[in-house]
Design a protein around this ligand. Structure first.
Ligand code: ZN
Length: 81
């Protein structure tokens, strides 16, 4: 049984999620909904809601739009042409 820690958008709890299965969308539908063709489904062990990977809030992740400001700038050499 695959489990992961995450924050549940439904009940707001931070807890374990059980891997439920894989949801596959036809390419046409995925494009329209702006989703990947393969989505992983997780079930909250607290409220038993099934949530897709995209809606799962990563546990202890500090990623946000504002974090980009503090990230080091990309200083790699640019070789154009
Ligand atoms: Zn929940």
């Amino acid at each position: 049984m695959v489990k992961r820690l995450a924050s549940c958008p439904t009940c707001g709890c931070s807890g374990e999620f059980e891997f439920t299965g894989i949801q596959r969308w036809p390419a046409e539908v995925a494009q329209r909904l702006d989703l990947p063709t393969t989505t992983y489904l997780w079930t909250c062990t607290v409220c038993e809601t099934t949530i897709c990977e995209q809606e799962l809030h990563p546990f202890r992740s500090k990623k946000s739009k504002t974090d980009k400001l503090t990230e080091p700038a990309v200083t790699g050499d640019l070789h154009l042409g």
